[in-house]
Design a protein around this ligand. Sequence first.
Ligand SMILES: [Zn+2]
Ligand SMILES: [Zn+2]
Length: 150
Amino acid sequence: MTESQPPTIAEELRGAGLRVTAARAALLLTVREGDHLGVEAIAAGVRERVGHISLQAVYDALDALSAVGLIRRIEPAGSPARFEGRVGDNHHHVVCRSCGTVTDVDCAVGEAPCLTASDDHGYAIDEAEVVYWGLCPACSATGTTSASTS
Ligand SMILES: [Zn+2]
Ligand SMILES: [Zn+2]
């Protein structure tokens, strides 16, 4: 093992204080390889890797990994939660109103500037969430709206 070697998934889990299980490792890989996946898609990815796992176990693992910051939960208003492996850089998301596609948007101003609220009301703020809404290129090209889907 050399120092330049990136940590393995198991080492990352252990480093975050989590017990290493095949399901958690598979879930972390699935979320990182995916693109803002929902819970059902994540469950399918985990099952491909380790066989059957209950949806409840997937939720539990998602909670555990989100709590230690290995993955990030995004919950655009009105849509189911998505999860991503890109964490700790305060990037934002643009969400398509029609098809629900979620895309990363780098923060316009820098590292974590949106944490500077005009009035923090005495709170110790550690996260700010910016979600841009609109139509993705595919949806605007076809003129699809949520009203026209059956
Ligand atoms: Zn779209
Ligand atoms: Zn993202």
